[in-house]
Design a protein around this ligand. Structure first.
Ligand SMILES: Nc1ncnc2c1ncn2[C@@H]1O[C@H](COP(=O)(O)OP(=O)(O)OP(=O)(O)O)[C@@H](O)[C@H]1O
Ligand code: SF4
Length: 281
């Protein structure tokens, strides 16, 4: 186990990119965006890990249809749950949700216990080789954020992706998230505007329910990248809500959804923002 706090933890030595998914407010679709980014990357043939550090309301197991799964602890550490493996594409998931006995309840923990758990999540999960590790954080800036910033200090993460909705785009919450990234020296990879318009299931026409262009304007004003907007897509909700743990062809199902090309474009703009891999292959 890693004891030198000036070098990246051993568990992250073979991880090429580390991205944090952040949001100023709850319910804007941060976990959905994390899930969709992971599925898109896996469908593109990447090795992907998802780490859910939302300790008070871990929703990632439900999003991947993995509720009820338990974690195997080897001599090296916790083995993440493998959701998908096909060709070069792999998707592994780790969440506090897998470690809770009563899966319906959320956890009320004080700062030191949260810090200890995040430390373990960063140091003790056996990811192996990954192209991307996506870290789903709780909304706002909380103890978990401070701890993750501290734990990743020597791991050189690529940076944070901020998820917002058109209604929340210009609010103080988003700006607080941006300030947090700047304070802890996380690169801001850009902003994703979620629930931006509604795609009609009948004719696929996109109607802008709220005003459009706020995310782009905010990014221009603050000199950060706008990564793209994601419409409300009822077919995606069906996919997430109706899957179960035996559904191993989730990635193929996902590729057929209207949102797949949207996420491919977002990943392309993340690439264009150009963080070099942390490790060479
Ligand atoms: N683009 C979208 N189209 C349709 N439904 C969506 C979309 N994005 C998110 N949702 C739905 O909105 C709800 C909230 O999303 P999600 O749980 O991802 O939000 P969150 O920001 O992670 O919330 P939390 O505050 O719990 O962390 C979920 O039911 C999800 O299925
Ligand atoms: S967008 Fe077109 S098909 Fe969809 S509900 Fe409106 S009128 Fe009907």
């Amino acid at each position: 186990m890693n004891t030198d706090n000036r070098s990246p933890p051993d568990a992250l030595r073979h991880v090429k990119h580390i991205l944090l998914i952040l949001s100023g407010k709850g319910g804007v679709g941060k976990s959905s965006v994390t899930t969709q980014l992971a599925l898109t990357l896996a469908a593109m043939g990447h090795k992907v890990g998802v780490l859910d550090i939302d300790l008070t309301g871990p929703s990632i197991p439900r999003m991947f249809g993995l509720e009820g799964q338990s974690i195997y602890q080897s001599d090296e550490g916790w083995m993440p749950v493998v959701k998908f493996k096909q060709g070069p594409g792999v998707l592994k998931v780790m969440s506090l949700g897998f470690l809770l006995d009563d899966r319906g309840s959320s956890v009320v923990w004080r700062g030191p216990k949260k810090t200890a758990m995040i430390k373990q999540f960063i140091k003790d999960v056996v990811w192996g080789e990954l192209d991307f590790l996506l870290i789903d954080t709780p909304p706002g800036t909380s103890d978990e954020h401070i701890s993750i910033a501290e734990e990743l200090r020597w791991a050189n993460p690529d940076g944070g992706i901020i998820v917002t909705t058109p209604q929340n785009v210009a609010t103080a919450d988003v700006k607080k998230e941006i300030n947090f990234c700047r304070k802890v020296n996380f690169e801001i990879l850009g902003v994703i505007e979620n629930m931006s318009g509604f795609v009609c299931p009948h004719c696929a026409e996109c109607t802008n329910i709220f005003s459009k262009g706020g995310g782009q304007k905010l990014c221009e004003d603050l000199d950060i990248d706008f990564l793209g907007s994601i419409p409300i897509d009822p077919t995606f909700v069906d996919l997430i809500e109706n899957q179960n743990s035996s559904n191993s062809n989730l990635v193929e199902l996902y590729q057929r959804q209207a949102l797949f090309p949207v996420f491919q474009a977002i990943i392309q703009s993340i690439h264009q923002n150009g963080a070099a891999p942390r490790v060479s292959s």
